[in-house]
Write a protein that binds this ligand. Structure first.
Ligand code: HEC
Length: 99
């Protein structure tokens, strides 16, 4: 019984750490475009191909409320507030490979 419980928790945890591609598709593509090609809500720059360390820094700054480049930082904060550092790095790597 205990073993079943532990493997269920493990499975749920690994699903939370789904790779950057699936997180991007479910949480980011609606505004930023499937290929990162859009200006989100007509505000942001297209993020495709952006340097991954810049993207990670920006996401963390949106999380802690310190970044608001075009008056829509609050909208981005809501989108990224639940992401772990691990997920942020996976998404940032994924975005850097978008064209
Ligand atoms: C509801 C629409 C929406 C969603 C969903 C969304 N964003 Fe954004 N994003 C924005 C807006 C609007 C801005 C500009 C915010 C500002 O004023 O600084 C932005 C800005 C950004 C920037 C900075 C771009 C620049 O111009 O410097 C990055 C990087 C980014 N978003 C990544 C993401 C990631 C990663 C996700 C998914 C976890 C995501 N966004 C989900 C709307 C969205």
């Amino acid at each position: 019984m205990k073993k079943v419980f532990i493997s269920t928790v493990f499975l749920a945890t690994s699903m939370l750490y789904a790779n950057g591609a699936s997180i991007y598709a479910s949480k980011c593509a609606s505004c930023h475009g499937v290929h990162g090609e859009k200006a989100a809500l007509d505000r942001s720059k297209p993020i495709a191909g952006q340097n991954p360390s810049l993207t990670a820094k920006q996401i963390q700054a949106y999380q802690n409320g310190s970044l608001n480049q075009y008056g829509m930082g609050g909208a981005m904060k809501n989108m990224v507030k639940s992401l772990s550092d691990n997920e942020i790095s996976e998404i940032s790597q994924y975005i850097s490979k978008l064209k």
